[in-house]
Design a protein. Structure first.
Length: 560
């Protein structure tokens, strides 16, 4: 065997030995590793799960803690005592269920609109505070009522002790005290001024080292923005809740007073789902910058507590009211001395009959008021003020209310479908309607069947004796005797007992006039009724408190 062959054989043998050794080592390592794994306990609940680990403690980003800390020194608890009150619980501001169909009535405060009883689930809307027992304590054995206490909230807006809260928190109170978070001292407070129309009040305590909350611009808020409510719900001071802005410019009915529900002309709320409960009244609604953008005022609730819908008066309105109060001790608003009907889907039909595409229909004019002195008449349609188009009643209210007393407004109106301009001097709203002014104005003939079929009403002539028994002194002589449910008349709001004055601007002197006018109407035509209605109740009777109403709609197939 040559040397070459011996070397090759020896290399092969060495290579073989190396491979064998490596293979043996791998085999032994596998056996050892398998044995170790077999000895380790296995996870049987979630074998593929990875254990969680906690990060280091850090400052939370985007939390509300900074806002709560910033506002804490400015939000106060208000305790109120009602000594000798006789009007029931201070939190009983939502009456019983309103029965019946919607009633339309002019705003008795003027330059606005309101609804009668039963027009909405008014028992849902509540102004509220509580936490201290609330209400009047009555001696079960007789005798006088003892004082009661309740709690609300407020926010410091001036370092010299001025606090903004709700009027319904402090009205008719005999004693008001304020407490701050972390301070058991009770500071006596006095009322500087109130504004029932916006339900705001300004109170003051004798303390100078206060931290005033920063006021934000409520117009900057959008639906979906975060909102934070701070106050003393159910007596738990310095409670912070958060939610979002769920609606803006929300109009809601006032809690009923003496059986009558009204829609406030000056309250257009921010709606939020931040938890608000009795005791939050008067406390701030703030944005994530810690700025006050509203004053919590009202909730919608079937239970009386939080159900996800709360209302705060926007800061932009609150600032106007506050500045008026600290200047004059009250709020002064302008008025021109008119009333207009509630606006709804039928308003366009009413305006169409009276010659306008948009504007505000003048339902009534206060005698010797600014509008009447300038020559304005019922059935005019206000279309502009100082050259600015008036599209709806709120446009009119906002512009007139903010006008300086004694200033002159150039008001454009449509009369008999012709444009004209009137110069109206703005007066003090409180003085214009100081006396709760109302402008004032059994059956012989049977209803023609055509009227019944077309409108769904039965009408009859109103005798002189019937007028006398009703306390009616106006010129109307045709009364609605019945209204068919679901009919055209029912849909636009006509009621039994209404006295017909005009139909589509033509005077109604007898049932035959109604028959004649309705015979010319077809489906889709606008129809406007001018009627007189006894105010304040569905029950007929004397009293002479009759008000004019204008109700309109468009005839549909179902009305024929």
């Amino acid at each position: 065997m040559s040397f070459y062959e011996k070397a090759r054989n020896q290399k092969f043998l060495s290579f073989t030995m190396i491979v064998f050794t490596l293979a043996l080592g791998v085999l032994l390592g596998t056996v050892v590793q398998t044995g170790v794994k077999a000895a380790r306990p296995q996870s049987t609940a979630a074998p593929d799960a990875t254990p969680l680990t906690l990060p280091p403690v850090t400052q939370m980003q985007g939390s509300f803690a900074a806002v709560a800390k910033k506002l804490g020194p400015s939000v106060v608890n208000i305790s109120v005592e009602f000594g000798g009150r006789t009007s029931g619980s201070p939190q009983a501001r939502a009456g019983g269920n309103g029965g019946g169909r919607r009633r339309l009535q002019p705003d008795e405060n003027g330059d606005g609109d309101s609804d009668g009883p039963g027009n909405s689930p008014e028992d849902l809307f509540r102004r509220f505070f509580g936490g201290g027992g609330g209400g009047i304590q009555v001696n079960p054995f007789g005798g006088e009522q003892t004082p009661s206490r309740a709690t609300g909230s407020g926010v410091v807006v001036d370092k010299n002790g001025y606090i903004l809260t709700n009027n319904h928190v402090v009205e008719k109170s005999s004693k008001i005290t304020v407490r701050f978070t972390g301070d058991d001292t009770e500071y006596p407070a006095k009322v500087i001024g109130t504004d029932p129309l916006t339900d705001l009040a300004v109170i003051k305590i004798d303390r100078k080292d206060l931290v005033a909350a920063k006021i934000g611009n409520s117009d900057s808020m959008q639906v979906g923005d975060w909102a934070i409510a701070i106050g003393s719900p159910l007596g738990f001071q310095a409670t912070v809740t958060a939610g979002i802005i769920s609606a803006l410019s929300r109009d809601v009915d006032e809690p009923p007073t003496e059986g009558r529900t009204t829609k406030s002309t000056f309250q257009h709320f921010i709606q939020t789902d931040a938890a608000i409960n009795p005791g939050n009244s008067g406390g701030p609604l703030v944005n994530t910058n810690g700025e006050v953008i509203g004053i919590n005022t009202m909730i919608a609730s079937e239970s009386g507590g939080y159900q996800g819908i709360g209302f705060a008066l926007p800061s932009n309105m609150a600032v106007k009211v506050y500045n008026n109060i600290i200047k004059e001790g009250k709020v002064t608003r302008g008025s021109i001395g008119i009333t207009f009907p509630p606006e709804d889907s039928k308003t366009s039909a009413l305006l169409d009959v009276y010659g306008a595409k948009q504007g505000v229909f003048v339902q009534d004019v206060v005698p010797d008021g600014p509008a009447q002195k300038a020559g304005m008449k019922p059935q005019d349609v206000i279309v502009s003020i100082n050259g600015k188009t008036i599209g709806k009643g709120q446009d009119l209210v906002d512009m007139v209310a903010d006008s300086e007393i004694g200033s002159t407004l150039k008001i454009g109106v449509m009369r008999d479908k012709k444009p004209m301009a009137l110069n109206v001097v703005v007066a003090d709203r409180a003085k214009t309607f100081a006396e709760g002014t109302v402008v004032s104005r059994n059956q012989d003939e049977k209803t023609p069947e055509a009227v019944k079929a077309k409108f769904g009403i039965s009408i009859g002539a109103l005798s002189a004796s019937a007028k006398q028994s009703l306390g009616y002194t106006g010129t109307g002589s045709v009364e609605i005797q019945s209204v068919d449910p679901g009919s055209f008349a029912d849909g636009i709001g006509l009621e039994k007992g209404d006295i017909l004055l005009e139909l589509n601007r033509e005077a109604i002197n007898s049932p035959a006039d109604v028959t004649r006018i309705q015979s010319s109407l077809k489906v889709g035509d606008a129809v406007a009724f001018h009627v007189a209605r006894q105010a304040g109740s569905n029950l007929r009777g004397g009293g002479g408190n009759w008000q004019p109403l204008f109700l309109a709609g468009r005839l549909t197939e179902s009305a024929n």
